[in-house]
Ligand binder design. Structure first.
Ligand SMILES: N[C@@H](CCC(=O)N[C@@H](CSS)C(=O)NCC(=O)O)C(=O)O
Ligand SMILES: [Fe+2]
Length: 295
């Protein structure tokens, strides 16, 4: 088991504070990023770092049975092309890994935003099919994994990184992953919100340690405080959307625009049936799908 504690920095530290962290050059904060290709900005893009020439490859992938989005990110200008997958699903692991191999990427991390209740994570299967890839989940999730992350951690891939923000409320261990930022970067940040914030919705709060008050506070303090042009990429969509922004959700989210008391009432009255796969998915995901295939 590994910890990213050595990369931990305080949340909301001023940009200069990042430089006080002792890191090898390839882990230093990214510089002045500019977009060079935005053929389909919402689902695929390549970004270039003007100072270090690092380029972010981004793909949004979909699993239709559970309406789950999986995200592939890689630093394609690094010689190893290190990559990570966020919220892979067991059923689509072969598709995802074929794409990783076709693009010549080296998968470093298979990450979860939380212990999913509606599908089995692909992170365990990926470990057996892509040797060297490590499973990642928050320590607060209570799940097994190779790497446990905590708020403020940075997850490096090449010259790029994701910052970890704690966003409990849908489950007690939910996190949001946010792309690294620099004050002068000319493109929006991306936030991978799991089930904490969905497009025009949010995750339910009626099981897995859910709390509507906690979710409301998480979204308002950890996501709605990001720059308004930050792109929101959730773990699910049931309405046909694939991307939103912080600014859009602050204004149009039908649940989170309400005050806390009204939000709590909305969440109490969702009356959603439990996910069909819940009794299989939760125990499986507490060991990251298939943590140790030999045991
Ligand atoms: N029908 C699906 C499960 C749908 C569901 O409960 N989705 C969750 C996210 S997966 S834990 C949720 O939080 N939904 C919020 C909402 O407002 O829909 C199934 O049976 O798998
Ligand atoms: Fe969930």
């Amino acid at each position: 088991m590994q910890s990213l504690r050595f990369l931990r920095i305080p949340l909301f530290s001023p940009p200069n504070a990042l430089f006080f962290v002792s890191q090898p050059p390839h882990l230093l904060p990214v510089k002045s990023i500019s977009r060079i290709s935005t053929k389909n900005f919402s689902s695929q893009m390549e970004l270039s770092l003007s100072s270090s020439s690092s380029k972010l490859l981004f793909r949004q992938l979909f699993e239709k049975d559970s309406s789950t989005y999986t995200y592939l990110l890689a630093d394609v200008s690094h010689p190893d092309k290190p990559a990570l997958l966020i919220d892979p699903v067991d059923k689509t692991v072969d598709r995802d890994l074929n794409l990783v191999r076709e693009l010549g990427l080296k998968l470093v991390y298979a990450m979860n935003t939380h212990v999913h209740a509606d599908h089995v994570t692909g992170t365990g299967l990926i470990k057996s099919k892509f040797p060297g890839a490590k499973s990642v989940i928050s320590r607060a999730s209570g799940s097994k994994a190779d790497v446990f992350i905590e708020p403020g951690d940075r997850i490096p891939f090449g010259d790029l990184f994701l910052e970890v923000r704690a966003t409990p409320g849908h489950t007690s261990g939910c996190v949001t992953y946010v792309t690294g930022d620099e004050p002068d970067q000319p493109h929006p940040r991306m936030a991978f919100t799991g089930d904490a914030l969905l497009i025009r919705g949010c995750g339910r709060t009626d099981f897995q340690g859910g709390s509507s008050k906690q979710l409301y506070e998480s979204v308002h303090s950890q996501i709605f405080t990001l720059p308004k042009d930050t792109l929101i990429y959730p773990a699910h969509d049931y309405k046909g959307f694939n991307v939103s922004t912080v600014g859009e959700e602050i204004v149009y989210n039908p649940r989170l625009t309400k005050d806390l008391e009204e939000f709590k009432k909305i969440m109490e009255n969702l009356n959603l049936p439990y996910p069909k796969m819940m009794d299989i998915a939760v125990p499986a995901n507490l060991v990251c799908g298939l943590q140790d295939p030999t045991s």
